[in-house]
Design a protein around this ligand. Structure first.
Ligand code: CMP
Length: 133
């Protein structure tokens, strides 16, 4: 079923000039790029974006990192976009992510883990509204 999802190339990946490599993965897979935006999260925008994690002990670390430099947000479209994108990005802990996944191939971090992607239709609706506001 054709769906849309959102991913964010995080500040560590932008800093390491991996934007093209990350976006290419999705183009090569067959997804269509619908929207692309480079920007830096404000503190308020980051807190809204990651609202679901606001009571977690790592919330401060998370918002501090995501606001630390520019990111690239993308909305893509294709078959089974939400779940397939989650498979493509790999496990949250990059150092455990499978080789072949984006985190598995490009990083070693946990908080600094290259890419974020929406994990459900509801997250996509919320996150795309915040990122493209
Ligand atoms: P992301 O997919 O952007 O969703 C929430 C982020 O929180 C996650 O990737 C990690 O970067 C980060 N995260 C999750 N758990 C922890 C943790 N225990 N410590 C630090 N960062 C975390």
């Amino acid at each position: 079923m054709t769906e849309q999802t959102l991913f964010i190339v995080k500040p560590d990946a932008v800093d390491r000039s991996l934007v093209g490599a990350v976006i290419s993965r999705f183009e090569q897979k067959g997804f269509k790029l619908l929207k692309l935006k480079m920007f830096t999260f404000s503190q308020q925008q980051a807190e809204k974006f990651y609202d679901v994690h606001k009571d977690k002990p790592f919330f401060g670390e998370l918002t501090s990192f995501i606001t630390s430099g520019p990111v690239v947000a993308a909305i893509i479209e294709g078959n089974n976009a939400v779940a397939t994108t989650r498979i493509m990005i790999g496990a949250t802990k990059s150092f455990e992510a499978a080789p072949g996944s984006i985190r598995g191939d490009f990083g070693l971090g946990f908080s600094e883990n290259i890419i974020h992607a929406s994990d459900s239709q509801e997250s996509f609706d919320h996150e795309s509204r915040v990122a493209f506001e």
